[in-house]
Design a protein around this ligand. Sequence first.
Ligand code: SF4
Ligand code: SF4
Length: 185
Amino acid sequence: MDTLSSPLPIGDLQITTDLQVLAQAELDRQEENYYFKTFLEKRDGEEIDARVNRLNDIIAPAIDCTACGNCCKSLMVNITQPEAERLAVYLKMEVGDLKEKYIETSQQGSMMVLNTIPCHFLKGTSCSIYEHRFTECRDFPALHRGNFTERLFATFMHYGRCPIIYNVVEHLKIETGFKAAQTNS
Ligand code: SF4
Ligand code: SF4
């Protein structure tokens, strides 16, 4: 991803997309983020969802995922049978061959995941099957969804890797008064 020498302002929001800054922040703010998760767990879930959804609506469109692709280097992507079939048609392969080459299936056969991390289909910073990428890829980082306070563990796992998550979390710290309370304590 192109690094920005200074954060990008969007209205009143400053947006950081420098992956090195994110990685360092993850190391530096382990304790702060632990307390922030505890703080969020005590807040009204619907109020936090409304804030997260609104911040995501502003921040996600301002970040070019095709110039990042960082989640594709670490996500374990679940795939459904219809998705595998659609991709096989697109790649002009037999489904069996596609599964053998790209997919790992659980012993019971009920779960399928891509068999490499980083993902096979990541070329540079872009997805080579973008129009046919899987539901989990389209959904990530799922900040448009509800129940944010019940998904803190999974979300914060990617705090130091995903600029959308990082920026939403940092602005949420300000909006909820957490940052001010930290500064004054
Ligand atoms: S299929 Fe595409 S979007 Fe999904 S993890 Fe792989 S490269 Fe990323
Ligand atoms: S979802 Fe996050 S990590 Fe993935 S490409 Fe977009 S900004 Fe990067």
